[in-house]
Design a protein around this ligand. Structure first.
Ligand code: NDP
Ligand code: 2IT
Length: 458
């Protein structure tokens, strides 16, 4: 079969991109999020591919959009009422050119194979940017942990791991958390892995500190997104201190984004979940954040409860935070949570810096608005890479059977975010403006593409 990027091709990048996307869509029908993620990356790297015969000859891009393998399985478990429940389980092992497969597990009712393919595809670029040796993967299930008891979550995790364990390992594939998978779930998954394999090793990251976890891993994604914003603002001689920030979501990433923003003197005025947004113009300070952490992580409640506890706050039912005036925005909930209209409103309200804690939270229209307005805009694969980076440091610590001090991990995380930023500037600068989307995609791509070329046809 002929492919759109054959070595004889003399087509322009734009024509090649069009043909390539037709090929992608035909090969993976019904996976719009995957098409969206591939289009964003391919639009950036196509000129590089067209100019590099070695990449074209090795069909690097055509290979990168097909997972190395996909595991799909049934997860059967018994709920608290004795009813049998059936869920779908997946692991998409996308690319291991530069290291063992690495990436999170998502438990959310919306999860489909297409969702996980988009996440695994982005993970390949992100992990490459971290400077560490990690390939890309993603997995998960359409299981919904909301409203489930600890016992139900445990039985689900055990059933999930009973299928997955044979395909993962510290030098094969190392899953971690994502939406719906935090410390509790990693604990249950790890317990079952040990039971089935008789091995105690670094097969998962995000583990409890006393059994192999790393300092700063819970904080890493949020802290990293803020460090990245700090780097971007510094290119324009600006600080985060004194700025107003809108944060979406109220889970792991959102919580530690707020913590670091507070530490650096910014004022966070929003948090959200799928029910709506709370707005607190007095700022969600450390004390209020501690209350939110207890609400979300211990009581597993809803963000609207915030306004009962903090009377000056308001709740925007069914709405996202982007209409609230701010200078900094940290989308930290889920994909496509910020559209073109939201982006216009943010820019009109004076927002000049958007650092994505979530994966692909901005729609293509929104990205266009940000790039045209020449605001500082960092895509998730760069801005939220701190989480997987510290997962990589957890793997390093596990291999050495040791723990690093908090400061050492935090300093290393900061250094990694700085180097990702530098790499984006190197590959994304155009006429004095840094296009971080282009920079992140090209920088992430080159390392993986070179490794694939060097490793031959496999
Ligand atoms: P959590 O499960 O801890 O929190 C998710 C938050 O996002 C919740 O507030 C949830 O609200 C909200 N949310 C989830 N789905 C939707 C939806 N469809 N619509 C509206 N709100 C939604 O997940 P994380 O904080 O870990 O993950 C958040 C984002 O960050 C995801 O995009 C994830 O891929 C990304 N990410 C996470 C990393 C990590 O280390 N954890 C690393 C890098 C990126 P509700 O309770 O109502 O569902
Ligand atoms: O999207 C992500 O980078 C994550 N959910 C974290 C993955 C990891 O392996 O730590």
């Amino acid at each position: 079969m002929s492919t759109p990027l054959s070595s004889e091709s003399h087509a322009s990048s734009e024509t090649a991109l069009h043909a390539f996307m037709e090929h992608v869509i035909a090969q993976s029908p019904g996976e719009p999020e995957f098409h969206q993620a591939v289009h964003e990356a391919a639009a950036c790297v196509m000129p590089v591919v067209m100019a590099t015969p070695a990449y074209r000859n090795a069909k690097v891009l055509e290979r990168m959009i097909v997972p190395d393998r996909v595991l799909m399985f049934r997860v059967t478990w018994v709920d608290d009422h004795g009813q049998i429940q059936v869920n779908r389980g997946y692991r998409v092992q996308m690319n291991d050119a530069i290291g063992p497969y690495k990436g999170g597990l998502r438990f959310h009712p919306s999860v489909t194979l297409g969702t996980l393919k988009f996440l695994a595809f982005e993970q390949v670029f992100k992990n490459s940017l971290t400077t560490l040796s990690m390939g890309g993967a993603k997995g998960g299930s359409n299981f919904d942990p909301h409203g489930r008891s600890d016992g139900e979550v445990m039985r689900f995790c055990q059933a999930f791991m009973s299928e997955l364990y044979a395909h993962i390992g510290p030098d094969i594939d190392v899953p971690a958390g994502d939406i719906g998978v935090g410390g509790r779930e990693i604990g249950f998954l790890f317990g079952q892995y040990k039971k089935l394999t008789h091995r105690f090793n670094g097969v998962l990251t995000g583990k409890g500190f006393d059994w192999g976890g790393s300092n700063i891993r819970p904080e890493a994604t949020g802290y990293g997104a803020v460090y990245f914003a700090q780097e971007m603002m510094a290119t324009r001689g600006q600080l985060l201190a004194g700025k107003i920030a809108a944060v979406s979501g109220s889970g792991n990433v959102a919580q530690y984004t707020v913590e670091k923003l507070n530490e650096l003197g910014a004022k966070v005025v929003t948090l959200s979940d799928s029910d709506g947004t709370i707005v607190d113009m007095d700022g969600i300070n450390a004390e209020k954040l501690a209350w939110v952490m207890e609400l979300k992580n211990v009581r597993r409640g809803r963000i609207r409860e915030y306004i009962e506890r903090f009377k000056n706050a308001t709740f925007l039912e069914g709405r996202r935070p982007w209409s609230v005036p701010c200078q900094l925005a940290f989308p930290s909930a889920t994909q496509n949570e910020l559209d073109g209209k939201d982006a216009k409103q943010l820019v009109e309200n004076g927002c000049t810096c958007i650092s994505e804690g979530a994966n692909m939270p901005s729609t293509p229209d929104a990205i266009d608005v940000f790039i045209k307005a020449k605001v500082l805009y960092a895509p998730g694969k760069a801005a939220n890479a701190g989480g997987v980076a510290v997962s990589g440091l957890e793997m390093t610590q596990n291999a050495g059977v040791m723990h690093w001090e908090r400061k050492r991990v935090d300093d290393t995380l900061r250094g990694i975010m700085k180097s990702i930023h530098e790499n984006c500037v190197k590959h994304g600068s155009e006429n004095g403006f840094v296009n971080y989307v282009r920079g992140a995609n090209i920088a992430g791509f080159i390392k993986v593409a070179d490794a694939m070329v060097q490793q031959g046809v496999y």
